[in-house]
Design a protein around this ligand. Structure first.
Ligand code: FE2
Ligand code: FE2
Length: 262
């Protein structure tokens, strides 16, 4: 198992992809980065939240990544102990492997917004138990710890939501703060250069500055120690104020396509 201290400045990710990477661990609660370390600029991150003997996979990814991700999970616990999968939205890079996790554990809960749940069976028609993140904005582990679901509509999908873990103070942000970069590190080391990598995704994919500012309002009270996006590097605590400011000032999507229409 690799362990990384997100608070330790200058720590570089060593390219050890044959083990899960521990991002947080305390009181039977742990968060892992599972991959996927493919050599493309548009890499996808899958995470695992473990609480005592329950595990939840966050944005399991595409079908081609399933075997890799399942292998990483099996190094932590038996994959059938994954009790839920969080799908931040219905894009194939997030959700296409979801039916394969239903095969692993037929009782697995699919946590997604109602706007995504209506589309998921286009990946494969299958029966599964679902939890609508809009009607049920919280998941409680057997230990009593909770994770919270915060809608982030139109960033970029109408179905998008983020997941906040109050115990680790980690925010799983889906495509928000996603970055595109060939020279990838697990953790951001320099936010001024990272801004350019964020632009490569946000200017085209995010709907509007209004959607971004609306989301910032929703998370204003949260204490955030790390942002874990679905693409690109993790943003550690020292860059959180800059990351929030980036989203607050974002001009993107329809702001750019239709500059003359208010
Ligand atoms: Fe997406
Ligand atoms: Fe994505």
């Amino acid at each position: 198992m690799n362990t990384i201290d997100l608070n330790e400045s200058g720590k570089v990710f060593r390219e050890e992809y044959d083990h899960p990477t521990v991002l947080f661990q305390d009181d039977g609660h742990a968060i892992y980065w599972l991959g996927v370390p493919e050599a493309t600029a548009f890499r996808s991150n899958t995470y695992l939240i473990v609480d005592q003997n329950e595990a939840i996979i966050v944005d399991p990814g595409g079908v081609d990544h399933f075997e890799f991700v399942q292998n990483r999970v099996s190094q932590i616990l038996p994959p059938e102990r994954v009790v839920a999968q969080i799908l931040s939205h219905q894009d194939p890079d997030v959700a296409a492997s979801f039916p394969l996790w239903v095969d692993v554990n037929p009782y697995i809960k699919v946590i997604a917004s109602s706007r995504a749940l209506t589309l998921l069976n286009h990946f494969r028609d299958c029966r599964y138990e679902s939890l609508n993140s809009i009607d049920h904005p919280e998941y409680k582990f057997n230990s009593g710890k909770v994770i919270r679901f915060i809608p982030s509509p139109f960033l970029h999908s109408p179905a998008a939501f983020t997941t906040y873990d109050p115990f680790s103070k980690f925010l799983f942000s889906g495509d928000i703060w996603a970055a595109v970069d060939m020279e990838w590190k697990l953790v951001v080391e320099d936010f001024s250069t990272h801004r350019l990598k964020l632009n490569l995704f946000h200017l085209d994919f995010m709907a509007s500055g209004k959607a971004a500012r609306g989301f910032i309002e929703r998370i204003r009270e949260l204490e955030i120690d790390a942002i874990l996006p679905q693409h690109g590097s993790i943003i550690p605590v020292r860059f959180i104020p800059m990351a929030l400011d980036y989203l607050n000032r974002l001009n993107c999507g329809i702001d750019i396509f239709y500059p003359d229409i208010n």
